[in-house]
Design a protein around this ligand. Structure first.
Ligand code: UT7
Length: 328
């Protein structure tokens, strides 16, 4: 029996750090409000000349190094992002070229917002199992600072830039690597979190720029409630499907959107907070990059050991959600 394993993980965060104190000089907010409502202390912000693909490539290089593999071996490249370099073509093609992934590779982007990394994992997992591909590089990369309205205190305090990558390959061994994956979406909630302008519904114009239509619009409270609900559901379903109990999960790596969302999830699941890996204090919400950045930190800090069970749980704009169960 074959399995698909995560052979390497890597992450990259831009050099510039924006603290809550810095934000308090830009909008009417405070470190106390931001930290108590979200758990965020600081976030990284990409330089003007750093695009999504530049962040993606740095994290990909780290993941390939971790896997002891080269870009030449990659034949499936997926970039999950809400902030691509261009609306056309895919950021994956920009990454392919600059990274040296061969021309025969399949390269595309997926738009599943903060659930993008678990969506990419599921796609790569299925494709590798078929035998059609040998090595997948999946990347969650975001330059959210370009779609945040820096004069809107209800959103600008929450987001950050960054990227995280994983290298996946098939091995002839059973019961390790990705042992379960489940995705979902509820399109009825599309307008809970979206950028109204710049797409085909409302193309860019002087008016859309003046109206700030290219920036994120968010219904924070509604997202909060739905996030807790869907993450609890997918976590419970995943363990039930695999005849496990929640307390057998060694580490949960949730999408890092708000520490209070994770505290509510932990309480509903009856698990202690130390079973959840958190780094939102230093990165804020980096959307599709949040889970791979956290996964990279969790592995490097020794929070994941061989044989451990890790559960990734995500939710995001769409409203998308999903979970991945991994045995290391
Ligand atoms: O990847 C998915 C992305 N999005 C999310 O996950 C968002 C999920 N939602 C949340 O994280 C929370 O709802 C927020 C952090 C966005 C907001 O927290 P909240 O506890 O729901 O606060 P609130 O929206 O009820 O706002 C409370 C007060 C309001 O003032 P009034 O009406 O009570 O006078 C806001 O105007 O806090 C005010 N406020 C702020 N004050 C200082 C909102 N933002 C700020 C701010 N600084 N940055």
């Amino acid at each position: 029996m074959a399995s698909v394993i995560i052979a390497g993980v890597g992450a990259y965060a831009p050099e510039r750090v924006l603290t809550n104190q810095d934000l308090a000089k830009m909008v009417d907010t405070s470190d106390e409000w931001i930290f108590s409502r979200s758990g965020i202390r600081e976030r990284h912000i990409a330089a003007d000349d750093e695009a999504c693909s530049d962040l993606a490539i740095k994290s990909a290089m780290a993941a390939l190094k971790d896997a002891n593999m080269s870009a030449a071996e990659v034949d499936l490249l997926i970039v999950a992002t809400a902030t691509p370099d261009y609306t056309l073509p895919a950021t994956a093609c920009v990454v392919q070229h600059k990274l040296g992934v061969p021309p025969h590779a399949t390269c595309f982007d997926i738009a599943a917002a903060c659930s993008g990394f678990v969506y990419a994992l599921e796609i790569a997992y299925g494709q590798l199992l078929t035998g059609r591909y040998k090595c997948a590089l999946i990347i969650g990369a975001e330059k959210l600072s370009t779609i945040v309205d820096w004069s809107d205190r209800t959103t600008c305090v929450l987001f950050g830039d960054g990227a995280g990558s994983a290298v996946l390959k098939k091995v002839e061994q059973s019961g390790i690597g990705i042992i379960g994956s489940d995705l979902g979406a509820d399109g009825e909630l599309t307008e809970y979190l979206y950028t109204p302008a710049g797409g085909s519904r409302c193309p860019a114009s002087a008016k859309t720029v003046a109206d700030k239509g290219h920036f994120l619009k968010m219904k924070g409270k509604e997202i909060f409630k739905n996030a807790v609900r869907v993450m609890e559901t997918v976590a419970r379903e995943m363990v039930e499907q695999h005849n496990l109990r929640l307390d057998q999960i060694d580490l949960v790596i949730p999408h890092q959107a708000n520490v209070r969302i994770v505290e509510a999830l932990a309480s509903n699941l009856g698990l202690p907070m130390d079973r959840f890996f958190m780094n939102i204090d230093r990165f804020g919400n980096t959307s599709s990059a949040s889970i791979p950045i956290a996964l990279d930190e969790a592995r490097r800090s020794g929070r994941i050991k061989p044989g451990d069970l890790t559960l990734l749980v995500a939710f995001g704009a769409g409203f998308t959600y999903g979970s991945t169960l991994i045995r290391w």
